[in-house]
Design a binder for this molecule. Sequence first.
Ligand code: PLP
Length: 454
Amino acid sequence: MKFLSTRGQTPALGFSDAVATGLAPDGGLYLPETLPDFSGRLAAFEKLSYAELCFEFLRVFATDIPADTLRSIVAASYTRFSDPAIAPLKPLAKNLYVLELFHGPTLAFKDFALQLLGNLYAHQCEVRRQTINVLGATSGDTGAAAIHGLIGRPGTAIFITYPDGRVSPLQERQMACTGADNVFALAVDGTFDDAQAALKEIFADQEFRTRHRLSAVNSINLARVLAQCVYYLHAWLRLPASERGNVEFVVPTGNFGNVLAGWMLQKMGVPIRGFRVATNQNDILHRLFTTGEYRVGDVQPSLAPSMDIQVASNFERFIWFAVGRDPEKVRAVMAEFKRTGAYRFENFNRDTFSASRTTDAEIAAIIARVYRDYGYIADPHTACGFKELAPDRVNVVLATASPAKFPDTIRAAIGVEPTDPSLEVLKTKPIVKHRIPATPAAIRAFIDARAVGR
Ligand SMILES: *Cc1c(COP(=O)(O)O)cnc(C)c1O
């Protein structure tokens, strides 16, 4: 299968090249040329384990990887999850389930995609006999999950910058206590935006990029979206048959990567009734789905920090579908949005999406209510999903992080402090971080000194 850029000004690529490229050279995002139809295969999928289902799904897209190789890449990607169901679906009440996506090595849903991406990168290094250096900026979860996808992998090194003192202590430990010599946690003196601006400049330097075979880790990689389709399918197959057609997935949302994956799966012939985009107080997507206007705002730091975004980077993929798969129209929308900071869609078709918005004060109250009503501890991101439930539908709330990652917020809300053994182990290990200025020159010099394949 081939993959196109949403902006249509660059050749279509096979799966492995689209994954290795990340952001398309024309500034667009890769999408499958056509969406396959799985409707006739759903019954046959019922008995598959998580890894088997993931393989059957991905093989339709990753046609350039031999089936046996893909099977072992996928199998290896889900061995480090602590729950045998990988993504357990737990009933809380009539018409209400929670889909727990936090049993991977860093206790957040990003492990589903980044464990796989790490194995795909490692595979590529092997077949092409090349090394790869991965670089990313993080405000927390993505960096940790990316690091744990590449930890100790021969032929790879990973450099993650984060704002010193502005990620949670546990998140920092997940990045800086790995003990692996191919992992570099760079605590930059500046904000997340400073770090991201520096990276943008580094990636624009073609010579540097090629010399180190530098690859970006960010939320727009095609492999991440496809890997995330699988847990929706897995959950759908585990619902009673009578409930499947009426399911509404409720998705705590930041960059729109997670919910987009579910929606694309629906377009591949899986009868899902709808999706709720649950934002925190950074509500650009809530405003879009309620008014048809997409307008940037200022980021206000919240209790659900992994959803603190200004612009939802994966949204361009939805735009491509919304404007009739016409790359010229996508370019026009993105150009106007870049120029004015806003775009108003005429006759905006929100398809099967609805949206909600949750303030910090509401997050604390919801954590308390969910604990009281169901005896369930929701992390601050997941709490946004419990804001509004559809009374006439089967609600499946995606739990995107373990409450143990946010002990202070949970303790303040319910007086109980959740823990996780993997986090307790981290607290005993030394922090190894490299403090550097948030400048392209400083980051470049660090990479020059430590990259693999020099
Ligand atoms: C990244 C993240 C989100 C947001 O996911 P998007 O794909 O960016 O919408 C929500 N919750 C947690 C815990 C996250 O780490």
